[in-house]
Design a protein around this ligand. Structure first.
Ligand code: MN
Length: 453
């Protein structure tokens, strides 16, 4: 039986496409958790896209072992060279290069099919000078002519590609069409036995998981996706959904076996959500807050409604009834050289609020006050003034962690800072105003580091 390889692109096609600027420590935390989950390949970034991506791929390649570390690049010498350089320290490096193969794109770029093939073959040959494992992507393959996709695949496999990625870049496919395309390639690419087929779907029509499963059933050996399905537009395939869809059926149903530690799914999804600041919807399959609550369930202490439940919560690492301990990773997010010492708020709930905030900044204690439309806005203004950074608040959310009076406020902010994209900050505290202040401080510290580097 084939073993289905899990290719995670949370850091590249996920967070990066959303414009999120995660620092190396955050990317490393996500990567380590993906290794615990049992991912086979981790696409750590696009080194030629930015200095930050280059540094992150370099750091991950140097430190994370026992898994394939992949770098993404376009089909040109310069990007491939940069990618290869970033992967130098990797135990199992993979270069993922390619280009778009749909007629629409070729017309736009004034390229004829022969030129596209020439570029593709050149890119694979060039990447092969650096690494043995080269994955080729034919972006928008689903809207390409199948005979052309087959032709280009045969040529890149002959040039040394070990994996060929057939993406539904625009999220247009239906499961049966996607399955048919994979079957067509298996039947029409003569040297297909020398490479593995990878599938990469997007969720524009809500079918990314279904399309991926159709591709797996048709014979693909690798599935690409992100944790929680994050990604541009409607997102990428949710890896946790594909994993559990395969897991809940006998191996023969899809013709593949999995080597994933499903018990790590909940912590992986929670960690990715916390770090990216992209919340998990309550009704989200597998990991949403309501995923295991049936109509008969009253609260978290009621066991899942056995006859109707197809997945035991424990299988994905959810333990209903147990008060969730705060993961040490989450606590670390609050550790920095700036901390919130004291907050006092004056508000009558009608007019503007005033906040007086005291921060400890590298041993110094500073206090400032500001007015805002509400207490949180006033706190943010005071903090911003003391830290001397100007940002645009794009999103602020507040959740509760734990149950009852023991619960903590969990605040997440997403800030936009000029050229540096989006930065996420998180803060936890029994006091929701303090949690908000901590989240803001956490984000501003990251902004400051980014603007220095
Ligand atoms: Mn994509």
């Amino acid at each position: 039986m084939r073993r289905l390889k899990i290719f995670d692109t949370t850091l590249r096609d996920g967070a990066k496409s959303l414009g999120l600027n995660l620092n190396i420590a955050e990317k490393m935390e996500i990567t380590r958790q993906l290794v615990r989950l049992g991912a086979d390949v981790i696409e750590a970034g696009c080194p030629a896209c930015s200095a930050a991506d280059l540094a992150a791929v370099q750091a991950i390649a140097g430190e994370v072992k026992g898994v394939v570390i992949c770098g993404f690049c376009g089909a040109n010498e310069q990007e491939i060279d940069c990618c290869a350089g970033a992967l130098r320290g990797a135990e199992q490096p993979r270069i993922h290069t390619g280009l778009t193969v749909s007629p629409l794109y070729m017309e736009k770029k004034l390229l004829n099919p022969a030129q596209v093939i020439e570029k593709a073959v050149f890119a694979v040959r060039h990447a092969k000078k650096y690494v043995g494992d080269v994955q080729f992507y034919a972006a928008d393959a689903f809207r390409g002519r199948p005979s052309f996709v087959a032709e280009i695949m045969e040529k890149v496999i002959a040039a040394g590609a070990t994996v060929i990625n057939i993406p539904d870049t625009s999220g247009y496919a239906t499961p049966w069409e996607y399955g048919e395309l994979i079957s067509y390639l298996l039947d029409n690419v003569k040297n297909i036995d020398r490479a593995e087929i990878s599938i990469h779907c997007h969720n524009d029509l809500g079918m990314a998981t279904a399309n991926s499963l159709a591709g797996i059933k048709a014979g693909a050996g690798q599935v690409e996706g992100t944790i929680n399905g994050i990604g541009e537009r409607a997102g990428n395939t949710s890896l946790e959904e594909v994993i559990m869809a395969v897991y809940t059926r006998p191996a023969a149903a899809y013709g593949v076996e999995l080597a994933v530690n499903t018990k790590e799914i909940a912590s992986t999804c929670r960690l990715a959500s916390g770090i990216t600041g992209v919340p998990i919807p309550a009704h989200k399959a597998i990991v949403g807050a309501n995923a295991f609550k049936g109509a008969g369930d009253i609260d978290d202490t009621t066991p899942a409604n056995e006859p109707y439940t197809i997945i035991k919560p424990e299988t994905v690492g959810v333990h209903p009834g147990a008060c969730r301990p705060l993961p040490a990773e989450e606590i670390a997010a609050n550790n920095s050289n700036v901390s919130v010492k004291k907050i006092s708020i004056t508000t009558n709930g009608v007019t503007r609020a005033t906040a007086t905030v005291t921060l400890q900044v590298e041993g110094d204690t500073i206090t400032d006050a500001a007015c805002g439309t509400g207490p949180v806005d006033a706190v943010f203004k005071a903090v911003e003034r003391m830290m001397g950074v100007h940002v645009l608040l794009e999103e602020f959310s507040l959740n509760s962690v734990g149950r009852g009076s023991e619960s903590l406020g969990d605040a997440t902010v997403r800030l936009r800072c000029a050229d540096n994209g989006l930065v996420v900050g998180r803060g936890l505290s029994p006091d929701i105003i303090e949690a908000s202040a901590r989240a803001y401080v956490n984000a501003l510290v990251k902004v400051k580091i980014l603007s220095i580097s």
